[in-house]
Design a protein around this ligand. Sequence first.
Ligand code: ATP
Length: 178
Amino acid sequence: YNNQVTEVKELVNRVFNDFKMIHPDFTFTLDDDVRRETYVQIYRNHLEQVLIILLDNAVKYSVNRKEIHMSFALGSRSVEIAVQDFGEGISQDNMARVFNRFYRVDKARSRNKGGNGLGLSIAQRLIESYHGQISIESAEGHGSVFRITLPILTPEKRAKLEKLAAEDNKAMHHHSLE
Ligand code: ATP
């Protein structure tokens, strides 16, 4: 799946709309001024999984103010997707640790919210394996912003990868018919 090409704009919009439907008690806004399709080298399900982890957390850790803001923007070489909430936030000390496996900020309080402290470590591992980055900005009691950046594919690179992916596919079918 290393040759997988994914169009990000459509995927972000779809996951956003899914969450909006599942959580009618929340106000969801999406900032998406990008007019053109944007292609990234990532397995589609992996990017979807990362967005679900971030949005799931935003919902889980926003008890009082139920507002989630997402944005999708282009830099010169990369695409940035951000998920912002106005919930409990994360202290400076804990910000460094939330990407560790099994780390949860408040064990007693988080226990009844489900989860194992794995989501963010998985998200970070996935994004970095595609040469992307994930970062946090947060203020305790005010909320958090999680940002993902991934390199954008040039049309040339995209064409090359799509050709390789088609060949991978053919090879796979060939083997399964034997
Ligand atoms: P799961 O394994 O289901 O993802 P989890 O939510 O506990 O469970 P992570 O997604 O890795 O695991 O998050 C780790 C910890 O970071 C959480 O337990 C929570 O304390 C904190 N955290 C994550 N996202 C947020 C957020 N948006 N606002 C406040 N705290 C957060």
